[in-house]
Write a protein that binds this ligand. Sequence first.
Ligand SMILES: Cc1cc2nc3c(=O)[nH]c(=O)nc-3n(C[C@H](O)[C@H](O)[C@H](O)COP(=O)(O)OP(=O)(O)OC[C@H]3O[C@@H](n4cnc5c(N)ncnc54)[C@H](O)[C@@H]3O)c2cc1C
Length: 446
Amino acid sequence: MAGTVQRQDDADVIVVGAGPAGASAAYWLATAGLDVLVLEKSAFPRDKVCGDGLTPRAVRELVAMGVPLRPEDGWIRNKGLRVYGGGHRLELPWPQLDSFPDYGLARTRRDFDATLAAHARAAGTKILERTQVTGPLLHERTGRVVGVTARPVDDAGRRAGEEVTYRAPVVVAADGVSARLALALGIEKDVRRPMGVAVRTYFATPNHDDEWMESHLELWDGEPNRSNLLPGYGWIFPLGDGTANVGLGSVSSRAVATKVDYKDLLARWVANAPDYWRFDADAPLAPVRGAALPMAFNRKPLYSRGVLLVGDSGGMVSPFNGEGIAYAMQAARRARRRARLLPPGHGRGAGRLLHARADLRAAHRATGDHAPLHPLRSTPTGADAPRHEAVGRRLRAAWWPGLRPPDRHAGTDCAGLMTRRHSAEATPPSDARAAARPPRPGWRAR
Ligand SMILES: Cc1cc2nc3c(=O)[nH]c(=O)nc-3n(C[C@H](O)[C@H](O)[C@H](O)COP(=O)(O)OP(=O)(O)OC[C@H]3O[C@@H](n4cnc5c(N)ncnc54)[C@H](O)[C@@H]3O)c2cc1C
C-alpha cells in the first residue's frame, strides 16, 4: 500500500478496541503467554455512553481477572434490583448461587474502562492509544487477515500521522457496535435480530449511595398510569459519587430504526421519576447521549479468516435487559481458550499453521526458550527440531488434557466452535445446572 510504513510489532494477537471486550481479551490472552497488541483510537480516561451498571455476571468476570473491587478504588456495590412495574415496587436481591457472586457494581465507564485497560497492561499487554484501525490487512493469495492498517489520531479523532501496518496471525475485533472491521470483511448484521437503542445522562441525587439498582419496566411518557405506555424500560443506577446514571432504552424486534424521540421521552420520564431521588429534571449533569445495542449475536460468523468478533462487534448484548459488558467480558475469556487450545490438525490450512505458531510462541515463552520460529512453519525441521518437539510435548502435556474433541456438528475449524460456545454461554445457567456445579468459593474474599 503506497505511503504505508512497515512496522515490526508482529504480535501473536492484535486486539482492535480497548473497551470491556478488548481489554478483557487482551488480559486473558496475555496471561496465556501470548504477545498482545491493543490498538485503541481514543485515550484513557474517556467517556462511553452506557448505564454504568454491572450485574453479578460482570462481577464474576472482574473477580476472575483479579481486578481489585474495593470501595476505596471507586466501586459501589448493590445488592439487587428494585423493580417498578404493573403498579408494584419490588426489591429483588441478587440470588445466592455458587456460580455467581451475590452483588452487583456500578462505575462510570470513564473509570471502568481505564481500570480494565490498566489491568490488561499490567498483565503484559501493549496498548497503543490514539491509534485508529482503518482496515484489515489481507494475505494476497488466501484472503486471510494477517494484521491491520492503522493511523495515529489526535484527541478529536483527526489524522495525526502516517498509516502504519501491524501484523499478527490472529486479530480480535472488539471495536464495538460500529463493527468496522467485521464490515470490512463483509460480515453484515442480521436485520432479523433485535436491536436496542438507549440514551442516558446523569443527575445529582442525595441518594447516590442507594444499595439497589432501580429498573422501571414501564415507560410512561407522562404521569404513570395516566399517560401513554411506550415500549422499553428505564433505569436509575446510583454511582456513589453524588450522582446517578439515568437512562432508558427500547428494543426493536428487527434492526430497523424506531421513530421514538428518546431524548424527549427521557426528559418527560425523569420529570415523573420517584420523588425519592430528588432529581432536578431541568439540570442534567451531562448531555443526553445514546447509542445502539446490538443484540442476540446479530453478526455472524463470530470467527472468520483469522478475525474473532468479541462484544458489541459480534452483537453480544442481551435482549433481555440490555446488558452487554458482562457478555463481552465472558466472550473475551472464551477467546483465550480458542487461541490457546487449538492443537495441530484441529484447524484448517493457513489458520491451523498460524494458530499453531501462536501456541508455539507461547510455549517458548513459558519455557524460557526464545528461539525464533519460521513464520510459516508450525513444525520446525532441521537442527532445531528436537528442541521444538520437546517444547511441543510440554505444551501438549500442559494444555491438552482438558481439550474436548471437536464438535462434529460445528465443523473442523474454530468458527463453529466459537459460535456454539458463545450461544451456550449466553444462556443463564438454570438453578439445576448451577446446583450441579462444584462450589466456587471466594466471591466474597476480594
Ligand atoms: C445507553 C446505553 C446504556 C447501556 N447500559 C449498560 C449497562 O448498564 N450495563 C451493561 O452491561 N451494558 C450496557 N450497555 C451496553 C454496553 O455499553 C456495551 O455492550 C459494551 O460497551 C460493549 O463493550 P465492547 O468492548 O464490545 O465495545 P465498546 O465499549 O464500544 O468498546 C469499543 C472500543 O473500541 C474502540 N474503537 C472503535 N473503533 C475503533 C477503531 N477503528 N480503531 C481502534 N479502536 C476503535 C472504541 O474507542 C472503544 O474503546 C449500554 C449501552 C448503551 C448505549
